[in-house]
Design a protein around this ligand. Structure first.
Ligand code: FES
Length: 574
């Protein structure tokens, strides 16, 4: 790692030379009220901000950008706040996953096209975290991630409410007739009490934890609630640190390694984190040029206990996790299973970062001799229904269903499922296997979080709360149930899920890592010969680009042209 000086800063090419172009750059900096005292010879720090009124989880990030700026200025840098598209999980349709790669591409190109020496990335709502990191890894300028932080606990009549998980739980009760409209509206008003991301161990907290373990955030940053005063302090310190990182020339690909990915997977497993992390981490590794196979998640799952007692798999919420010591404390417990020599944005190793961490509540963060579950239970399944793999989070499933056979009820689309699922005439019982197809990266498109298929009303009324469900879609990290997800190849491109027929027997055997349909090979060959591909629905625009270049779930759903580390020339400055 070589250090930088004022003239080797990337921004010097814009602001330093005595020529016509640099005159233009300096004169327009002057138009913003800046003198050369503000920027000459200083690292220019982009604050890539995904603040937006279309994204409630990021509504405090405007203030946080100011906290970052204070830090940048304190450390002798020149902050430049640059807004980027915000992927608002709750409002954006058809799914934010459709736009993860767009934000990744935007992040990379913003950093490339402007006079940037280093960046602070502000985000946290689900896809924003992987997108920002993917772009930063590809551009490979010094980068530090400021997670948006989880919101406060929800509350209803004195009961603690958790994002997503309790929505699904009480929605089932409402559909079963056990919750009236007034109670439902009270829950609506009590479940999201502050700015910040979902406060269960959903995709947001899973991915901000991944960012921290990969080495992109200051120690403990991902656990701090959005409205805690330690959050703006963390943002401020991140602003200070990025300036040092520029001088040290400490870049993302100096930090990332196969070991840091193993560390992050191990942490996700110990957190019982979201299955979405599988897809995002495959994409992140692809950007860093690090080989990561889908089966690595299964291998590490077998030896990693669940230590975080957080919903949806546990009892507590992110606020409790923070008070119990947060991610640093959990990593300290996990230390025997981590490569503590992995590098981080602090310039220190992961081991040095967590050396003084402590657990303050051993029910929230468990010790190795008292885990929530002995193994993490994230399994990769294969078989004639998923030749390239499928994912199940068995920790979120009813154990009796992990080895199960039943007849398939097949829905060809989300709309068809909604139209039929509560039909009293639907030939379904508690042993049926609910299947949704055409819900994958190309089929939906965008691979929405439809994987927790609803339990039919008549079964809810009979007390059924879990069934085997299979799809080529994803599932929210706050969801739960025996849901087989990410079936690959997806049905839309002719994966075997497309050949399944209503009534076919399906065998799920999680201990054996198998997912099969009891259909003979000759019959499958006949069905394949009859199968007709569907037309894509985007004749132009971003959707067309998406359909042409999106890869399958087992490869991280990146665009094929964004993967890898092939060098891209720096822009000419004319
Ligand atoms: Fe933004 Fe859950 S909706 S983190």
């Amino acid at each position: 790692m070589s250090g930088k000086n004022s003239k080797s800063l990337r921004s010097y090419r814009w602001f330093g030379p005595d020529d016509l172009r640099s005159f233009g750059h300096r004169s327009r900096a002057a138009s913003m009220g800046c003198t050369q005292l503000d920027y000459a010879g200083k690292p220019v720090i982009a604050i890539i901000n995904t603040w937006s009124e279309a994204n409630p989880c990021h509504i405090h990030l405007r203030e946080r950008a100011h906290d970052v700026k204070r830090g940048v200025l304190q450390a002798g840098g020149f902050p430049m706040e640059i807004p980027a598209i915000s992927l608002g999980e709750t409002f954006q349709k058809p799914t934010t996953m459709m736009y993860r790669n767009l934000l990744a591409m935007e992040t990379e190109e913003l950093l490339r096209s402007y006079p940037i020496d280093g960046c602070v990335l502000l985000g946290g709502c689900d896809k924003n975290t992987p997108a920002l990191l993917m772009g930063a890894i590809s551009m490979n300028l010094p980068a530090i991630f400021v997670p948006a932080g989880p919101m406060l606990r929800g509350n209803w009549h004195g009961q603690v409410l958790g994002s997503g998980s309790d929505v699904m739980k009480y929605w089932s009760e409402r559909r079963a007739g056990n919750i009236d409209l007034q109670a439902w509206q009270e829950i609506e008003d009590g479940i999201a009490r502050s700015p910040g991301t979902c406060m269960t161990m959903g995709t947001a907290s899973t991915m901000t934890s991944v960012a921290e373990v990969l080495g992109f955030s200051l120690p403990g940053a991902s656990s701090i609630p959005a409205v805690d005063s330690n959050h703006p302090k963390m943002a401020n310190l991140s602003g200070r640190r990025i300036v040092e990182m520029v001088w040290e020339d400490l870049k993302p690909r100096d930090i990332l390694s196969a070991a840091s990915f193993d560390n992050a997977i191990t942490a996700v497993l110990a957190l019982a984190g979201s299955t979405n992390a599988v897809i995002h981490m495959l994409a992140l590794a692809g950007r860093a040029g690090i080989k990561l196979a889908l089966d690595r998640f299964d291998q590490l799952s077998a030896t990693t206990p669940v230590l975080a007692h957080i919903r949806p798999s546990g009892k507590y919420l992110m606020e409790d996790f923070y008070y119990a010591g947060g991610l640093s404390a959990l990593l300290k417990v996990l230390a025997p299973q981590l490569d503590l020599s992995a590098r981080t944005v602090t310039g220190k190793t992961l081991g040095e970062n967590i050396s003084s961490a402590e657990i303050y509540n051993q029910d929230v963060i468990r010790t190795l001799d008292n885990p929530v579950y002995g193994s993490a239970g994230l399994a990769i399944l294969r078989g004639n229904l998923a030749p390239n793999g499928a994912v199940i989070k068995s920790a979120a499933a009813e154990p009796r269903l992990l080895k199960h056979s039943g007849p398939a009820i097949v829905f060809d689309s989300y709309n068809e499922m909604n139209a039929r699922i509560d039909d009293p005439a639907l030939n379904v019982n508690a042993d049926s296997v609910l299947v949704l197809r055409n819900a994958g990266p190309k089929g939906a498109p965008g691979m929405p979080e439809w994987g927790q298929l609803p339990i039919p009303k008549k079964l809810l009324a009979a007390g059924v709360r879990d069934m085997v469900r299979i799809s080529d879609s994803r599932m929210s990290g706050t969801s739960y149930g025996t849901c087989v997800l990410h079936v690959t190849p997806e049905s839309f491109v002719g994966g075997p899920l497309a050949l399944l027929k209503e009534g076919d027997m399906v065998d799920l055997d999680v201990p054996a890592r198998q997912l099969n349909m009891r259909v003979r090979d000759e019959e499958l060959a006949r069905r394949r010969a009859d199968w007709q591909p569907k037309e894509g629905s985007y004749p132009r625009g971003y959707g067309k680009l998406f359909m042409q270049h999106i890869k399958q779930a087992d490869q991280g759903c990146d665009f094929d042209f964004l993967e890898g580390t092939a060098p891209i020339p720096e822009p000419e400055i004319h």
